[in-house]
Design a protein around this ligand. Structure first.
Ligand code: PHE
Ligand code: ZN
Length: 855
């Protein structure tokens, strides 16, 4: 039990409008690595919409206050740990000017929030509450102001939001005309070079585009730039949204807690999501770069021009922007493949979150530390909710609603209620029941029953929503299930339509059928639910062969494989069903199918998926056994495909590497075949060959992964390290592949050894995640029965916490599934959770996460 008082939560229902507004911000930075001076002049006034006569409260953390004035007169204030208050009596009842000078220490800022140093470069991260570490400010998103910034320092490049207005020797000035919340402020200064281009908007405005990177990296920006231009065009075409400044900048930084940040006109990116060259980045990296570049760019309208009233409304910008980037990627590549990828990720991260102690609604109602709510639920489930809305109202009405949203709310800080009202007004639909998606946590379960009688086919659905923390009882939701009926020959006898579930139990009748059909339900994963359907292997095999919806076709194979693995777990002598192997082989052999789709279909379920499926079957599965079952199934599948080697050779992509979707798809399928072939080669000869001959990082990593996973990686790892020791992002891969794929027998020991290396720069979030985070995803290794994995993991969380609470808390989420394990493992994990929780001075971030996990 913790004895110190827990910080009290912030609640949605306590929202009150800001007492004072800020119209304009003037900032002067005198940069210094350990003692930067920040002068902030704020044009303020009492908020006419707030109760008059309130104290003037500023947020502020780790600021050395030098002086403060109101209308030029010094004011006596006493800062505390979280800010300072000017008593109402000292505050004018009319517009006034607040000025404060503070001193901050960018070098000491290892939490990477506020102004900090990354490899000699100054940079900022202000979302969600970092601006208060730069100056005193009402640091909340409903306070929007224009910003004028002067930077003084000796860096060759000094950037802030908006447009450059003037510069001289040792200084630069910037002005951002668009009012914005403080979380969108950014400053960057350092020795940077830029990769330049331009884009002409459809109304003819020329926009300069600049991607700033450290010298030496300028050759790795072309793909990000191309993705940016495609994003700009796409947002004009799909949403009618044009860019609104003359300059758009992206900066790549090495030390960053998250993926990237949408600061107005000056996006700051984790370098991992900008820099790419064929020999350093994989196809997956390219794809992620494309989607994150798009995501941050799309925020310019969904997030920046229209922002959030408070942080409870985070999904207003994030769910919508994720949905938009998913649409974009689907349009650029394959919709079917994109949907499968997105659902894989949704299930792995969001369903898992929804099923455990960290479950919370898409719009949470309370938090202790807002950084802990940048979650799969807010982002990914938030995007699913938008997708359902679009499906329910149709694409035209969706577009009309979005037009109305931009027209009605441009320049405002909004709520989910505003968003829903726009859809109600644009479509005439009542969305009060639909809004439950924002309020109720947990993943709905939908059970389907079929009857067939006198030519009438009936589907009866019952929905339940399990209890989640703080929510014992739930109401039925609106669940749109895209459904078609297939004839025994596989023809669509009833074309796809959306069945709209609104009640706890509900039936749909289909008449005039000549034979009993096979339903294909929740096509395209139209609703983020767990569908419980009685399926036998014949039905699974049929859908895998014939479903006309590519998502459900893939789903059938995946579900089939899960079912088989559950049987294999129960009975180690159980041989995988021939019908599954034949079905997968048939998909592989079907040359009319997209290679990337075939690669996905041939991928076996993850260990976590098998774990969940076995639990639903009433087992308490052992991760070591799951690993064995997966290996056996993979081997059986490999044996079932006679011409593995020939197929692999036939898929070689000729010519120089290109990251386009078609080439990437071929490489993905080739990689799957290589993995299967390796199951049949005790010495992994083909993987070795490929490792030696590969001329791109995608194939290099495919080969290296297999060598590591089969315990034969030593030589290849040494060569890889030698070649890439000076490329941080590639070195991250070297750590990650070992942490995530090393067999359990020596995984914790190996990770401990790697953590002791000089080049394990653990204060860098990418590096920490590559070793410690990736290890937690190595299910059999992390959950080894002796608890060595848990101990090591906890040691590192305790070590990182005082340095970087945000990343610590995020990685600690790996323990969220602990109650699903056997008693022995639960006890071992509990010991470590307790040890973390008992750590003196543990951050608010980690305290909240560990506390909720323990509850
Ligand atoms: N707003 C960023 C995004 O989703 C994520 C982020 C949050 C980055 C907090 C940094 C800090 O695009
Ligand atoms: Zn975002």
């Amino acid at each position: 039990m913790r004895t110190d008082t827990a910080p009290s939560p912030i609640r949605l229902r306590d929202y009150t409008p800001p007492a004072y507004l800020v119209d304009a911000v003037h900032l002067t930075f005198r940069l210094n690595q350990t003692a930067t001076r920040v002068v902030a002049r704020l044009s303020m006034r009492p908020n006419p919409a707030a109760e008059p006569g309130q104290d003037l409260r500023f947020d502020g953390e780790k600021l050395g206050l030098i002086r403060a004035t109101i209308d030029g007169q010094p004011v006596q204030v006493n800062p505390d740990d979280t800010g300072l208050t000017v008593p109402a009596a000292l505050v004018p009842d009319a517009p006034f000017t607040w000025e404060a000078e503070v001193e901050i220490d960018p070098t000491g800022n290892t939490a990477l929030e506020g102004l900090y140093m990354s490899k000699g470069m100054y940079c900022t991260q202000c979302e969600a509450e970092g601006f208060r570490k730069i100056t005193y400010f009402p640091d909340r998103p409903d306070v929007m102001a224009t910003y004028t910034v002067r930077i003084e320092g000796d860096a060759p490049v000094m950037l802030s939001n908006g447009n450059p207005t003037a510069r001289g020797d040792g200084w630069a000035e910037w002005h951002d005309p668009w009012p914005k919340p403080s979380y969108l402020f950014a400053l960057v200064a350092g020795n940077l070079v830029s990769h330049d281009d331009s884009f002409t908007t459809r109304s003819g405005r020329k926009v300069d585009l600049k991607i700033y990177v450290r010298p030496g990296d300028e050759g790795k920006c072309a793909y990000a730039m191309d993705a940016l231009k495609r994003s700009m065009r796409w947002d004009e075409e799909a949403y009618g949204r044009e860019y609104d400044l003359d300059l758009f900048m992206i900066v790549a930084v090495d030390d960053f807690n998250m993926g990237a940040m949408e600061n107005k006109g000056l996006n700051i990116f984790n370098a991992k999501y900008v820099l790419a060259s064929p020999d350093t980045a994989t196809d997956q990296d390219y794809e992620r770069i494309e989607s994150i570049i798009a995501h941050e760019y799309f925020h310019n309208w969904t997030g920046n021009r229209i922002t959030c009233r408070d942080w409870f409304q985070l999904c207003l910008k994030e769910g919508l922007t994720v949905y938009r980037d998913q649409q974009f990627s689907g349009d650029q590549r394959s919709h079917a493949v994109k949907r499968i990828d997105d659902v894989l990720m949704l299930r792995a991260r969001q369903f898992r979150e929804d099923a455990g102690p960290l479950a919370h609604p898409v719009r949470p109602v309370e938090y202790v530390e807002i950084n802990n709510f940048y979650t799969a639920t807010v982002y990914e489930k938030g995007a699913e909710v938008i997708g359902m809305l679009r499906r329910l109202v149709g694409p035209e009405a969706y577009r009309r609603a979005l037009d109305l949203y931009f027209e009605r709310h441009d320049g405002q800080a909004c709520t989910i209620e505003d968003w829903i009202a726009v859809f109600e007004d644009a479509t005439g639909r009542n969305l009060s029941q639909f809004s439950l998606w924002y309020a109720q946590s947990g993943t709905p379960r939908v059970r389907v029953q079929e009857t067939w009688k006198d030519g009438v086919f009936t589907l009866t659905f019952s929905q339940t929503l399990p209890p989640t923390p703080g929510q014992p009882d739930k109401e039925p939701m609106v669940i749109p299930l895209a459904t078609a009926l297939l004839s025994p020959e596989g023809a669509e006898v009833v074309a796809e339509q959306v069945l709209e579930l609104t009640q706890a139990r509900q039936s749909f009748r289909f008449e005039g059928l000549s034979a009993r059909p096979v339903p294909s339900i929740n096509r395209g994963f139209s609703a983020p639910v767990i569908l419980e359907q009685d399926m036998d292997d014949a039905r699974r095999g049929f859908l895998l062969a014939h479903d006309t919806d590519p998502f459900n076709r893939w789903e059938a194979g995946r579900e089939f494989a899960r079912a088989v693995l559950v049987r294999m777990l129960k009975d180690p002598a159980h041989a995988p069903e021939e019908t599954l192997l034949e079905g997968l082989h048939a998909v592989l052999a079907d040359e009319t199918l997209d290679p990337e789709f075939r690669a996905l279909a041939l991928r076996l379920p993850t260990a976590e998926e098998v774990f969940d499926a076995a639990r639903r079957d009433g087992q308490t599965p052992d991760p070591a056994m799951i690993r064995q079952a997966l290996l056996r199934l993979e081997t059986a599948l490999a044996r079932r495909i006679p011409d593995l080697r020939a197929r692999l050779d036939a898929l070689a992509v000729p010519g120089p590497y290109s990251p386009d979707a078609a080439s990437a798809g071929k490489r993905a399928l080739r990689g799957r075949l290589l993995a299967l072939l390796t199951r049949l080669e005790p010495d992994a000869a083909t993987a070795r060959e490929l490792f030696a001959s590969a001329d791109n990082m995608t194939e290099t990593m495919q080969a290296l992964s297999l060598l590591v996973a089969t315990g034969q990686g030593a030589q290849a790892l040494a060569r890889f390290h030698e070649r890439w020791a000076s490329e941080g992002l590639v070195l991250d891969k070297w750590y990650a592949v070992q942490a995530s794929l090393t067999p359990p027998e020596n995984a914790p020991e190996l990770v401990a050894e790697l953590a002791g290396r000089a080049d394990f720069e653990w204060k860098n979030p990418n590096r920490f995640r590559s070793l410690i985070g990736a290890f937690a995803a190595n299910m059999a290794g992390f959950h080894r029965a002796d608890g060595a994995g848990y101990r090591l993991f906890a040691d590192w969380l305790i070590r990182l916490d005082p340095v970087n609470p945000q990343t610590t808390a995020r990685v600690a989420g790996a323990f969220e599934t602990w109650r699903q394990f056997d008693a022995g493992r639960q006890a071992l994990i509990l010991t470590q959770l307790q040890r973390i929780s008992d750590t003196k001075g543990l951050s608010k971030d980690t305290t909240e996460i560990v506390g909720r996990i323990l509850e």
